[in-house]
Every structure is written in structure tokens, then in C-alpha cells.
Design a protein around this ligand. Structure first.
Ligand code: GLY
Ligand code: MN
Ligand code: MN
Length: 442
């Protein structure tokens, strides 16, 4: 079945279980960059997940009662003049046929139709607080229905946050999504291989960024899923380094955290390699600790484990490695409990990945925890996708041996939880130190 239609049906069922009502899901607004130039348009992830429709100025409305449901798309009309300037628009009639809605109407009819659709319905389901213009529009429609009270019309008495329903759906990827995420991962892997091959002292970080983006675009991706991080030497210790303007220097490491977005789905890969193709002894020592930590995290990624387990597995290896290098003191339990390792490893080992690079979905199990206890971490289930991204970041300091100064290392792959363990989607780019050296020298 059409994946978007299938998702609307599943959402319909969730709304019905909550007593029915009307769901209103708008796509993202266009945003001006400066004067007449817009930022590249990126539709809203929730809206796209349920429609597959990529034009701006569009709203999906699902009307659900005990037995039936109707889907309505509001979208831009066809407009010869605007299509000459800006490009093709489906218009309601074609959009309805192609995307399989029960009805489609002009977006210009939204304010007229919504009070009618909301009349005598028990609840409205929408994203509340995501966009103040959307919030104001919902308030206007509700007030317009309330204004008909003396005519015997009742307004929805309940407002539900729809994102929490869709988040739980998006957390488990369907086969359509997994197929796209595999392809996105392949393109990003090829981009990292290209960047490794192109690295040499004297080049600039932005030149390697251009190599990555060349591969993304040639693979059919429209854009990176997030700002590419190309960080050489000490810049690798800046976790969200953005400048990408330093010159690559002999003897330094280069950390690249970059992934393309393909058909709305993110990939997220980090590799760290020596600018000139050979690790120094100290670099290699720390690198192998991070790699072992990642292997431990991946081994802890399987159904039944909790979201935090891969992180805890990675922290154990990292902390032991730091003790072995003399960067923190043992014993291991104390180093972990005291958080001493956090000076060199200050982030989590993973996050959900999907349409958004830091994808939606609660990291804790739904429902109320037992009184006095924390909500337990989410149990991993087949179809979830998480990143595995341990790192070590050693800034120069008086109490740190010089050979460890300014070494920042992260290794990041994307893992799909399967029935028996996990599948690494991003495995086509080498990460064992020997394999990286071999690739760079070939
Ligand atoms: N590139 C963002 C992250 O790794 O979380
Ligand atoms: Mn990540
Ligand atoms: Mn990343």
C-alpha cells in the first residue's frame, strides 16, 4: 500500500482510540533569507511523513469519528503566472488524485472550511506551540466555532498535541523509510571515502566540505542533513565546529561529521583520520579506544536493550582507556561514578535518526513511572534507528602530556535495530585505523 496512505490510516486509528476529532497538520512556512531570496525550502517532517507532498502552503486535515474518516489536503491552486516564475504546482485536483486524499481544496479556502470541519467535533489534534502563526490560526477557527454557540453548534472541548502520536509512529521506521535511509547512508559513505582520498596537507577544510557535497548532490541528495563539520587538529575538540576554514596541517587529525538528506531522510556519519594518511602513536592509541567503545555500543544495540545501554557500554571502554593512558585515575567504577571521564567525553553516544537528524521520539518509555522512580529508558525495538558515536576530545592543558594535545576523535555510524541485533547502514566507509591508512595510501 501507498506508505503515506497507510500512515494516515494508522494515525486515524490512534485518533479514534482517543475519541475521534479533527487533525490539522500544516507544512513548514517558506522563510526569507534576505530581501527577495528564500532559504532553500524544507517542508515539515510530520506533514511530509503523512502526505509525501512537498509544496509549501499546504495543510492536511483528517476528520475522524467512530466509524469513518476523511482526509483533506489544502494546497496552492494552479497558477500559470506563478508557475512561470517559480515552477510547477499540482493544484488541488491533481494533488488529490496523485496523493490519494479523499478531498483536496484550495489553501485559500482554509479559514472558511476549518470552522465548518471543527463544528460539533469533540477534539482538535494539532502541533501546539511549534509555530505561533499556526497557533493563532487554530485559536481563530475555534473562536469562530464558539461564536455559533447560540445556533446550537459546539466547539471542540479538547486540544491534543498530535506530535506525540506521530512521534511514536516515526520512531519505528517502515520498509519505505528503511530503503531510503539505506540509500542515504550509501551516498554519505561514498562522500566520506571521497573526502579521505582528497585529504592532504595544505588543502582547506572547506575544500573537503565541497568534496562531500559534490558526492551528496551527484547521488541525488538535495542538501546535507545538517551543517557539515570538517574539523582539523584542535578544531575537532569543538563539538559543533562550523567555520570549516582552516588549512589542513601535516601530522594533524581531521574529523568529518557529515551526512546527506535523501528524500527527506538524514544520514549521520563521522570519521576521523590523519590528514596525511598515517596515525601518530598517540593518535592511534586514542583512536583505537574510541573504535573499541563504538564496537561495544554496537554490540549493546539489539531488541530488548534500553536506549542508554549502548552509551553505558561505550563509557566503560572510554573510561578504562583514559585510565590506561594516565589521563584520569582509576579504578573504573570510581571514574564512571564521579564523571571524571566527562572532561574528555561530554556527549551521549547516540540519538534517534530519521527525517530529522536528531529525530523525534521520547528517549523514555511512555506512561507513568512507578511513584518515586524515574521513567525507564526506552526499550530498543526492531525498526528503530540510532547513531553510535563515541568520541574523545583532549584539549591542550598543562596537566595533559603534550603528545595528546588537541586530539579530537569521533566515530559515528547509523544502526537499524533488527530482530536479532542491528544492521550498520553506514558500513561502506572504513573505520579500522589500518583500513583508513590503506585507503588513503591507495
Ligand atoms: N551531526 C550531529 C550529530 O552527530 O549528532
Ligand atoms: Mn549524530
Ligand atoms: Mn554526526
Amino acid at each position: 500500500m501507498h506508505p503515506y496512505h497507510d500512515r494516515r490510516q494508522r494515525l486515524t486509528q490512534l485518533i479514534r482510540e482517543r475519541g475521534g476529532g479533527v487533525a490539522v497538520i500544516a507544512t513548514a512556512p517558506e522563510v526569507i533569507r534576505n530581501r527577495d531570496a528564500h532559504y532553500p525550502y524544507r517542508w515539515d517532517s510530520y506533514f511530509y511523513y503523512l502526505t509525501g507532498f512537498t509544496e509549501p502552503e499546504a495543510v492536511l486535515v483528517l476528520s475522524v469519528d467512530g466509524s469513518g474518516a476523511e482526509s483533506r489536503l489544502f494546497c496552492r491552486d494552479k497558477n500559470e503566472e506563478r508557475e512561470i516564475w517559480d515552477g510547477y504546482r499540482f493544484g488541488p485536483q491533481l494533488a488529490r488524485e496523485k496523493f490519494g486524499f479523499d478531498h483536496a481544496l484550495s489553501i485559500d479556502k482554509l479559514d472558511e472550511e476549518l470552522p465548518r470541519l471543527l463544528a460539533d467535533r469533540p477534539a482538535i489534534f494539532s502541533a501546539i506551540g511549534a509555530d505561533s502563526a499556526h497557533d493563532a490560526r487554530i485559536a481563530r477557527w475555534l473562536n469562530s466555532v464558539r461564536g455559533q454557540a447560540r445556533a446550537g453548534v459546539s466547539a471542540p472541548a479538547q486540544v491534543f498535541e498530535i506530535r506525540s502520536l506521530v512521534d511514536d509512529m516515526r520512531l519505528i521506521k517502515d520498509s519505505h523509510e528503511i530503503d531510503i535511509m539505506r540509500r542515504a547512508a550509501d551516498i554519505s559513505a561514498a562522500a566520506h571515502v571521497r573526502a579521505m582520498r582528497a585529504s592532504r596537507p595544505g588543502r582547506f577544510e572547506f575544500e573537503l566540505e565541497a568534496e562531500l557535497e559534490h558526492e551528496f548532490r551527484m547521488g541525488g541528495s538535495k542538501a546535507p542533513a545538517y551543517g557539515s563539520i570538517v574539523a582539523s587538529g584542535r578544531h575537532a575538540c569543538v563539538l559543533h565546529y562550523r567555520a570549516n576554514d582552516a588549512r589542513l596541517t601535516e601530522g594533524e587529525l581531521l574529523l568529518i561529521d557529515a551526512g546527506c538528506e535523501l528524500d527527506g531522510y538524514a544520514s549521520d556519519i563521522t570519521r576521523t583520520f590523519p590528514v596525511s594518511g598515517r596515525f601518530s602513536g598517540a593518535q592511534r592509541t586514542l583512536y583505537d579506544i574510541v573504535l573499541e567503545a563504538q564496537q561495544a555500543a554496537i554490540a549493546a544495540t539489539r531488541p530488548g536493550m534500553r536506549f542508554i545501554d549502548p552509551h553505558n557500554a561505550a563509557v566503560k571502554v572510554l573510561a578504562q582507556g583514559l585510565i590506561d593512558c594516565g589521563l584520569i585515575s582509576g579504578p573504573l567504577d570510581t571514574a564512571i561514578e564521579s564523571g571524571a571521564y566527562r572532561r574528555f567525553y561530554m556527549h551521549r553516544t547516540g540519538h534517534w535518526l530519521g527525517m530529522d537528524v536528531h529525530d523525534c521520539g521520547d528517549y523514555r518509555e511512555p506512561g507513568e513511572p512507578a511513584t518515586g522512580s524515574e521513567k525507564p529508558w526506552r526499550i530498543l525495538r526492531p525498526g528503530m534507528v540510532i547513531t553510535e558515536e563515541p568520541g574523545l576530545y583532549v584539549r591542550a592543558a598543562d596537566d595533559i602530556p603534550r603528545h595528546f594535545h588537541d586530539i579530537g576523535i569521533r566515530i559515528e555510524d547509523d544502526a537499524l535495530v533488527t530482530e536479532s541485533g542491528c544492521e550498520i547502514l553506514t558500513g561502506k566507509v572504513p573505520k579500522a585505523a589500518n583500513d583508513i591508512e590503506a585507503l588513503m595510501q591507495s
